[in-house]
Write a protein that binds this ligand. Sequence first.
Ligand code: C5P
Length: 217
Amino acid sequence: IPYPVITIDGTTASGKSTVAQEIAKALGFTYFNTGALYRAVTWRILSLGYDVHDEEKVVEACSRLKLRCAIQKIDSFYKATVILDERVPDEKTDLRSAEVNAAVSIVASYARIREWLLPFQRELAYQTPLVVEGRDMGSVVFPESPYKFFLDAQLEEREKRREKQGEKDDVEKRDRLDQSRSSAPLLCPADAVRLDTTKLSIEKVVDKILDVLWKKG
Ligand code: C5P
């Protein structure tokens, strides 16, 4: 990969999104939340009326979807957005609805869906330096990255954070599904820097990551 890629993986509501955005801002890199890819696909599949448990139908329906990613400047930083069938799904009402929260880990467990989405993720690294966030960034999508981080926090704290965001989301169940799937399960890569964010502020986590990056040069 021609450009530097900083990978941030971790459990649900461990602080990945906010931290990844701050790192992207600080370095002038493009922020890419790969969860949005899985969420956008799940949202579309649900709105087309498919049962997400029907793997064959889901895979077939996905082969007809027109998907692309575009880099946009939002406020003071660059962000990769997902465009599906020429529509940009709304972050709050479409991508983070209770229905999508409940179904996304099922769709994300299908190996053929993950394979299909792989090139969309890698392709962006040919366009711009990236801060990527997800579950398998360091392990599968960008294993060659020398800048890997893994965030986690105690379950109770993560549930509290999600609740504060006003979202209906079964954090524990989603983690369980993400960790137990056979294709690209959620795990901390052996060469990643692991951070427990239970008692850390966003600023502290960002400082720690920038410090590690600084020392790596
Ligand atoms: O990060 P976010 O919570 O938005 O991700 C939603 C879901 O998408 C995750 O729970 C997981 O099932 C899936 N996902 C994934 N691999 C990624 C990013 C997200 O399987 N790289």
